[in-house]
Design a protein around this ligand. Structure first.
Ligand SMILES: Cc1cc2nc3c(=O)[nH]c(=O)nc-3n(C[C@H](O)[C@H](O)[C@H](O)COP(=O)(O)O)c2cc1C
Length: 344
């Protein structure tokens, strides 16, 4: 690399990484920038023992952060190399390798990083154009992941398994206390899921969305009818190990950013993937492809952003490198790299 990445750009790109989605907004990542490369580490203190004992969701979250980091670097004109696991002992290393210039498509994706958010509102009945679904498929395929748009039969099966998984989880005291640990005490917290983004409780029995306000009584919650025939897509990886989970996370975020560019809202709904015997039922025949993510997509009203920890909380020191940490919390209204801004 002839030209050096400035510390300022490195910090901006790390803020983009931190804007990634993560399971229960645990933000289970740490980063080190040594002046030439970024190392991404898992943070085992933020693992979810009840719903994610193998760390699959944790790795998907790290993969999503890796995607944002690369997209933000690409929007700054940097081509990157990714190594997994990272030679520095982390989950991955991302190295800016060459100045390339950037494209309108990359700028649009980077511009969506700050606007993307999980939407837990009902979606309208408007059809999602085939061209947009194709764009989502291509986004997933860029990381070797297969995105399947469910037909009505498979949708019914996935909704039934999701309902079963949701009931199973609600009945588990470990699930309930883990959920409570990540959804309460929010005035000062910069992680977890605050009540402002729980979304309304569904009165539509056909669709079991994760209820982040499980501990709240009915009187504290809005209710709403959700779509009876939600548009669902499932991401599958070829293989089922930490490397594939990282790929699935990168693909997930590229899909979510692509959706945001097209004004499409999305919500992961992963209960059926968190109960091992139900997840097995979702695997396609043949034994080669494994389900990693279920998304509900559609058109919904705008929602608030969830909190993020400041960069200083997720950075591991690298000798001789002092990144500008002046802007403490990532403002999710602010674009992280030059890019078009859209309103959802
Ligand atoms: C692996 C994984 C699983 C998730 N599962 C769900 C889910 O079942 N229901 C849900 O509403 N959100 C789910 N999410 C979304 C996270 O809760 C969300 O990313 C996090 O709270 C941060 O909010 P944001 O996406 O709006 O930035 C999941 C995210 C990931 C990465």
């Amino acid at each position: 690399m002839n030209e050096r990445l400035s510390d300022r750009t490195a910090a901006a790109c790390l803020r983009a990484a931190v804007a990634a989605p993560s399971i229960h907004n645990t933000q289970p990542w740490r980063f080190r920038f040594d002046g030439t490369a970024f190392d991404l580490f898992t943070d085992p203190r933020r693992a979810l023992g009840a719903i994610d004992p193998d760390g699959r969701g944790l790795h998907i979250s790290i993969g999503a952060a890796a995607c944002n980091l690369r997209v933000a670097l690409a929007a700054e004109g940097w081509a990157t190399r990714i190594e997994r696991p990272g030679p520095g002992g982390g989950a991955a290393r991302i190295t800016p390798v060459a100045r390339l210039g950037t494209s309108p498509a990359t700028l649009a994706l980077a511009g969506a990083i700050a606007r993307r958010r999980t939407n837990r509102e009902p979606f309208s009945d408007a059809a999602v154009p085939a061209a947009v679904l194709d764009a989502l498929r291509r986004a997933a395929a860029a990381d070797g992941i297969r995105l399947v748009v469910l037909d009505p039969v498979r949708r019914g099966a996935v909704l039934a398994l999701t309902g079963a998984a949701d009931a199973w989880q609600r009945a588990d005291p470990r699930y309930r206390s883990e959920l409570a640990a990540w959804t309460t005490g929010h005035a000062e917290r910069r992680d977890g899921v605050p009540a402002t983004v729980f979304g309304p409780r569904s009165t539509t029995s056909a669709i079991a969305l994760r209820d982040f306000g499980l501990q709240l009584t009915g009187a504290d919650r809005d209710t709403a009818r959700f779509e009876t025939h939600p548009r669902l897509v499932v991401l599958h990886s070829r293989g089922d190990d930490p490397g594939r989970w990282l790929d699935a996370g990168r693909a997930l975020e590229r899909v979510l950013l692509t959706a945001a560019v097209h004004g499409l809202a999305a919500q992961p709904m992963t209960q059926a993937l968190e109960v091992a015997h139900l997840r097995r039922l979702l695997a396609p025949p043949g034994g080669r492809w494994f389900p990693q993510m279920i998304l509900r997509v559609g058109y919904g009203r705008p929602v608030s952003a969830g909190p993020r920890r400041p960069l200083r909380d997720v950075l591991l020191n690298a000798p001789g490198v002092a990144l500008p940490l002046r802007s403490t919390a990532f403002s999710r209204g602010e674009p992280v790299a030059a890019g078009r801004r859209h309103q959802r």
